[in-house]
Structure formats: structure tokens, C-alpha cells
Design a protein around this ligand. Sequence first.
Ligand SMILES: Cc1cc2nc3c(=O)[nH]c(=O)nc-3n(C[C@H](O)[C@H](O)[C@H](O)COP(=O)(O)OP(=O)(O)OC[C@H]3O[C@@H](n4cnc5c(N)ncnc54)[C@H](O)[C@@H]3O)c2cc1C
Length: 442
Amino acid sequence: MQLREDRMIHIIGAGLAGCETAWQIANRGIKVRLYEMKPGKKSPAHELDTLAELVCSNSLKANNVESASGLLKEEMRILGSLIVEAADNTQVPAGGSLAVDRKQFSNYITDKIRTHPNIQVVHEEVKETKETKEGITVIATGPLTSDALAQKIGKLTGEQLFFYDAASPIIETDSINMDVAFKGSRYNKGDDYINCPMTEDQYNAFYERLLCAETAEIHGFEDKKVFESCMPIENIARRGKMTMAFGPLKPVGIYDPRSERRPFAVVQLRQDNAMGTMYNMVGFQTRLKFHEQKEVFRMIPGLEKVNFLRYGVMHKNTYINSPTLLNADCSMKKNKDIYFAGQIMGVEGYVESAACGLWVGISIANRVQNKTQIILSNQTMLGALLGYCTDNDIESLQPMNANYGIISPLEKRVRGKKARREEYSKRAIIKVKELKKDIERV
Ligand SMILES: Cc1cc2nc3c(=O)[nH]c(=O)nc-3n(C[C@H](O)[C@H](O)[C@H](O)COP(=O)(O)OP(=O)(O)OC[C@H]3O[C@@H](n4cnc5c(N)ncnc54)[C@H](O)[C@@H]3O)c2cc1C
């Protein structure tokens, strides 16, 4: 099939984001060339020869519309997502989650993409960012972008490219017990942190439990040495009983206002979003299994019933610092013809990556067809997610997944978590339906 070069949209990477972007653009009558390095070259985590591969779990998380991930999927369904359509059609029983047969899922998408008259798939590793190519390029090469291209992206972004995701858990502010924790910065310099004070006994118990907590597997491609520079909390603990207390848990300059005494150790929490609905645990990058994080970190005084919005993770993850580099539509500030989509622009997770690809596709199609650009509302999960990743106030982006901490707060006070979430999801779905009408109208 011959597609006209001058009107072509180039998409690099036919994963979850790249396929979704291609689908949205092609369905609006625009030609797409989609580059994928498989099957000739595969990252250490990819195994299938087909497109849109789920590299680990086969679950696309919760399906009920009151959960953050379920709401995001519902918004995508309304906007015509190929990835969610594939998941709905290839699902396997998994309680309230949307889990799929991963081969059928990938085959479904591969078939739709390959047979689309406006899409040409080219199997080659792209080593340039295609800056010099005519037209628009979308970089959607994911967390395991090939080394040659990653180097070029590093140059393009002025080295604002991260290779390892060493993220601490993010927790919901409302679930922190402020009868125990208290606000304050070291040496009384403001109120920026929430401090969780520990007695010596509490510290010892936490230390002992942390030492025997189970950690996630190390994948073959992860170089253990790299983690020296961003040490997981459990590795710090293994260096000696007092290493944490002299490191990230040091109590220097912090006094508990209730006792006016310096605690034995302190876990500090730092505000993570402008709305103050999320805090991250300072210095708590970790590779503990998620269920262990829940159990061990809830031993910290003040966090007994804490709600984890995102668990700590450490794995190779190529992503850019989108807040300084990208516009709200995911195009580069310094070159509007280059877009980033998927995990490489700072979202995390299968569904989030596809959601980002979906919006980039719609935005590009609107632009190419000279239609009015539509602004996403941050009352929707999709808008909140992309808004977070491109928020100018964030200096150093940590990859983000769908959660209720990032969505714009409700206008009215609603009591009870369940009722609040129902309200959030009702409001978001109304907004997305309006958005769909706007997209069709312009
Ligand atoms: C080890 C690991 C485990 C994970 N487990 C989970 C999980 O359980 N659940 C979850 O929700 N998320 C998980 N993730 C995150 C998940 O992989 C991503 O969220 C999602 O796949 C990202 O979608 P994407 O389209 O951005 O990238 P991908 O799906 O990775 O797609 C990128 C595509 O680009 C291709 N490519 C790369 N470089 C080039 C190049 N130079 N030229 C041409 N093609 C190229 C790749 O072959 C790939 O097909 C995991 C990530 C890793 C690394």
C-alpha cells in the first residue's frame, strides 16, 4: 500500500499507546505509518511477535466504574478505544477485574491495525527521532525504548530522560492519622511536610519486619548496580540497624509539637500534587511486593490505615520529564511536530498508556484537519492524568497511574468514600459524553 509521504503521521512503537494513537488518527481518515521493531528485535520483557503486548500481568485492573482504573476505561470506551474494545472481547473471568487472554488480546489488536486501510505497519527499529521527516511524529516506544532511540531522545529533550523508575509510594492525604502525624519542616522552616514520629521500640519493630519482607523479582535486564544511586529502603535497612535512622528517617531538627521532644526517627511525607490530596513517602523507593508494602508501611505511626494510591516500584522505565518538555496535548514545547504518547511521557500502566495514546490521536487528527483543539477537563480521569503529567508546577515527574488523588475535587461535600467515588464517576462520565459530542461537532 502506498501512502502519501507529505500527509503521513509517523508513529514509533506499536504497543498499547502507539496502536491506540494510530487507530484514532486512521479512523478519522488520515494516513499513518506505524513502526515496530518486533519481531526482528525485542526488549527483554516482550515475547510475542504481535502488536500491543501485555508484558507482565494479564489484568487491566478493576472494571467497576467507581474505581479509578474502571472509570478511565469507561471514559475510553465512550471515546472509541481500540484497546478497551479488545479487552472487552478477549476477557477471561477475574472477579471485578478486566483480565484478558493476552494472546487473543494482542491478536485482536494486530488484526484491526493490519487490516485498516489507513495504517501501514513497518517492522524496523527506529534509531532517529525523525525530526527531519516531513510531518508529525509520535514517539510511543514505552518503558523499554531501544537504546539507540533512547540516546536520541535524550539529546532531543536535553537529557531530561529517566532510565530507572525509583518511585516511592503515594498515599491519600485523608487517610493519614493526624492525631499521630504532624505538620512541619526541619528546624521550624514552615509546614511543608507531614511527619510520622517513631519511638525506639516502633523503629526496631519496623526495622525487623522490613528485613524479612518479600521483594519483587529482579528482571534480567535490570542492572543491580544502578540501584546504588537510588537505593530501595529495604537495601538501606540491610546495611545496618541504624542506617535508616541516620539516613531518610533521621529526626534532626524535628520536634513533635505535642511532646516538644525529638522523636527517635521520623518518616517524612511530601505533598505530591497542588490540591494536596496526595503525599509521597520521602526516601521510600522500594521493590517490596505490593502486599508487603501495605503491611510493613502501615506499621509507621500515623499510617495505620493509610490508603495507597500508588505503590513504590523500581524497574527500568524510560520516560521524559513531561512537565517541562510537553504542552497539554503531549506535543513538545520546542517542536510541535513531535508528540510523546504512552508510558514514555510519564503515565504508568497498560490502561493509562493506551488512554494517553487515545488522546494524542484525537488531538493530532483535530490539528491536521484544522479543527478546534478541545481541552480535556480535569474532572475526567483522562484529563486529570494527562493534566498531572504536563503540570508546569511539577519539577521532577514520577510516573502516575489513574487515581482519585489527581482528579479535581467535588464541588460539594459528599460523606463516605463509596458515595464520593460514585459522584466522581457520574460527573466524569457526563463530561466525557459532552466531550465526545464536541469532538464530533467541531
Ligand atoms: C517489566 C515490566 C512489567 C510491567 N508490568 C505491568 C503490569 O503488570 N501492569 C501494568 O499495567 N503495567 C505494567 N508495566 C508497564 C507497561 O509495560 C506499560 O504501562 C505499557 O505497556 C506501556 O505501553 P506503551 O505503549 O507506552 O509501551 P509498550 O507497550 O512497551 O510499547 C512500546 C512498543 O515500542 C516498541 N519499540 C521500542 N523501541 C522501539 C524502536 N526504537 N523502534 C521501533 N519500535 C520500538 C516495542 O517493541 C513495543 O512494542 C510493566 C512494565 C515493565 C517494564
